[in-house]
Design a protein around this ligand. Structure first.
Ligand code: PEP
Ligand code: MG
Length: 427
């Protein structure tokens, strides 16, 4: 099957910033579309997202260069060419770029083509995308980790830590888990309002109140869980992503939005140890910064057998970095973001390496999103058991949940909700 036509345009993401959309047509007439997301708290070793840098357009954030690279370099190389598999086209694109970090053509250009090809091939073969990505055994429906309070770089408020998520795991299905999560989200709104806090939302759709402390965010959520009629820990647990690389300053962690206090890596580990003792936390992502590998080793020794420790900025969905972490016994789970590495194939290779070494995979959106639901299919495809894709009040996040409900309906009796066992060491 040849690729007949490929075309990119500049569209908008959920923050109103430009991003790349790719439209692809196969020889048999199958068409597909992919939209590329974009992060704000990015890891230093992520594949390169090319932005124009022209201050007259979107403050330099335009993506016309990346769009142009799809429409010229990539189109010239792949139109009227036959690719047998995802691996074949992705390796071809990587070679065409010729760099380690996709800085030549741009990860935002390459990923759009890679995702659009996957979607077209699935449609053309009359199989769902989750099956194309993961094979016939794809059937585990994930626990939706819903980001209900936003802080850090994702909100203009006083909270240092970036994400406070609820994990409604005591459900019989994904659809039920979403209902529980939404009920808690709505109860939390009432709790915040009753205490005089703002109920405006941040980049990922969670509330963004000016709370007095990071701890208060957890306390508010616990109240919300209770108010919705659920038992914290039994029915709904908590996941945290402080995105602590953003707090890293000269070897310490700075509480940059609240107290301005500086804390050592050892003290951060102590803080997480006390939070895990005090609160029903099942997952901690980026508890320490990407350049604090010594601290990460310490964190893994202290908490690695108690909760899921997910590496985001530190691993960048990169199998070479993940291998380093496996060798050093750092973390026990990896965050999966397609645009951190830039192709579908490399993402799947990283996932394979994680599973081979008993690491969990936690699939993730970016803070700048579109309505593309590729990650919903990826999550089921690889039986990841859990994903994070914001809260249930912004269209671009809700669409991922809706796609998962469609998949659950389509799988029928073979669908199995992951529940608490999705989280490493939770049982
Ligand atoms: C989703 C995240 O944020 P961003 O997309 O801004 O990196 C994250 O840090 O996990
Ligand atoms: Mg993160």
């Amino acid at each position: 099957m040849k690729i007949q036509k490929i075309e990119a345009i500049e569209i908008l993401d959920s923050r109103g910033n430009p991003t790349v959309e790719v439209n692809l047509k196969l020889e048999d007439g199958t068409t597909s579309r992919a939209m590329v997301p974009s992060g704000a708290s990015t890891g230093e070793r992520e594949a390169v997202e090319i932005r124009d840098g022209d201050p007259k357009r979107y403050g330099g954030k335009g993506v016309l260069k990346a769009v142009g690279n799809v429409n010229s370099t990539i189109a010239k190389a792949i139109e009227n060419k036959h690719f047998n598999s995802q691996k074949e086209i992705d390796y071809f694109l990587m070679e065409l770029d010729g760099t380690d970090n996709k800085s030549n053509i741009g990860a935002n250009a390459i990923l759009g083509v890679s995702m659009a090809f996957a979607r077209a091939k699935a449609t053309s073969s009359s199989i769902p995308l989750y099956q194309y990505l993961g094979g016939g055994n794809a059937h585990i429906m994930p626990v939706p980790c819903m980001n209900v309070i936003n802080g850090g770089k994702h909100a203009d408020n006083t909270i240092d830590f970036q994400e406070f998520m609820i994990a409604p795991h005591n459900a019989s299905s994904f659809t039920e888990a979403i209902r529980m999560g939404e009920e808690v989200f709505h109860a939390l709104k009432v709790v915040l309002k009753s205490k005089g806090f703002s109920t405006g939302v941040g980049d990922e759709g969670g509330f963004a109140p000016d709370l007095k402390s990071n701890e208060q965010a957890v306390e508010m959520i616990l109240e919300g869980i209770h108010k919705a009629g659920y038992k914290a820990g039994n029915d709904v647990s908590i996941c945290i992503d402080p995105a602590s690389s953003e707090m890293w300053e000269n070897g310490s962690y700075k509480f940059f939005k609240s107290s301005q206090k500086l804390v050592s890596s050892d003290d951060m580990v102590k803080l997480w140890e006390s939070w895990v003792k005090q609160y029903p936390i099942v997952l901690l992502e980026d508890g320490l910064a990407e350049n604090d590998w010594e601290g990460w080793k310490n964190l893994t020794e202290v908490l690695g057998s108690k909760v899921e420790l997910v590496g985001d900025d530190i691993f960048c969905t990169n199998k070479r970095i993940l291998q380093e972490a496996i060798n050093k016994e750092v973390a026990n789970s990896i965050l999966i973001k397609l645009n951190q590495i830039g192709t579908v194939t490399e993402t799947l290779e990283t996932i394979e390496l994680a599973y081979k070494n008993a690491y969990n995979c936690f699939v993730s959106h970016r803070s700048g999103e579109t309505i593309d639901t590729f990650i919903s299919d990826l999550t089921v495809g690889i039986n990841a058991g859990h994903l994070k894709t914001g809260s249930g009040c912004r269209g671009e996040r809700v669409e991922k949940f809706n796609q998962l409900m469609r998949i659950e309906n389509e799988l029928g009796k073979s669908a199995q909700f992951a529940g608490l066992k999705a989280f490493k060491n939770a049982l």
